[in-house]
Design a protein. Structure first.
Length: 250
């Protein structure tokens, strides 16, 4: 039976799924698959949650839009898990706040502080530390290092508000060791951990392009990368993620 939001059947998605937030980015990623977009199969278009399945370097792989924010991501990941997805990697953007982080750098999340409402709803506000799969963190880190891409590995914070008005927002979380703000990883890591606790072989990771940097003096509007530069940086990130996953499956 098709899922409510992902109008697909078991077997339509590969076990390995890349998760961008932007539907246009999902289509762009599918163009990188073997044979390009023409050789892929679009497995979902409902609600513009574009999903495609194909291969990359011979590895079966899918890409599925999550939309923006943890609530939308939770819906998509819940349904992907029911459809057989087992290795889920968020490929997105973030606002960098860690010292020395620049636009265009990569952030590979080892864990995600759950500042979002969706993860807290799952946890009934009990303390929890959503954590990425260590193997995926290592794969992504090694690939970035081999390619000579500036990257940072550590803790991000998953938030609900993009335009946060608090004057001490960036500096407070920087002083707690947070590298970047983003909007999806916490709930992704939680859902993967829940499945592992049930005995399922599920792993989740996150790799992010720094689209802007935030300090106590500047916000995202002041530092956001020009579109062309952002797309180039995202392309570099996606290629690194696909290559890392393909090497691991070879």
């Amino acid at each position: 039976m098709p899922q409510i939001h992902l109008r697909a059947e078991p077997g339509d998605y590969a076990p390995t799924v890349l998760l961008p937030g932007d539907p246009n980015r999902a289509t762009a990623i599918a163009r990188r698959f073997d044979g390009g977009l023409e050789a892929c199969r679009q497995v979902n278009a409902h609600r513009a949650l574009h999903g495609y399945t194909g291969t990359y370097a011979g590895m079966p792989v899918s890409v599925q839009t999550t939309g923006m924010g943890a609530p939308s991501t939770a819906i998509v990941v819940e349904e992907l898990l029911r459809l057989g997805a087992r290795r889920l990697v968020r490929v997105g953007t973030c606002g960098g706040i860690g010292r020395g982080i620049r636009t265009g750098d990569l952030v590979i999340a080892a864990s995600a502080t759950p500042m979002d409402g969706a993860t807290r709803t799952y946890m009934h506000d009990e303390p929890y530390a959503p954590t990425a799969d260590a193997g995926l963190v290592r794969l992504l880190t090694d690939e970035a290092r081999v390619r000579g891409i500036r990257h940072h590995v550590g803790q991000v914070a998953t938030v609900d508000v993009f335009y946060n008005p608090d004057a001490d927002y960036a500096v407070k979380w920087r002083d707690r060791g947070i590298l970047a703000f983003e909007m999806e990883s916490s709930v992704l890591f939680y859902l993967a951990a829940r499945e592992r606790a049930r005995g399922e072989d599920v792993a989740a990771g996150t790799i992010l392009t720094v689209s802007d940097v935030l300090t106590e003096d500047v916000g995202p509007e002041d530092t956001y990368l020009p579109l062309a530069a952002l797309e180039q940086a995202v392309d570099t990130m996606v290629e690194a993620a696909l290559s890392a996953l393909a090497h691991a499956s070879a």
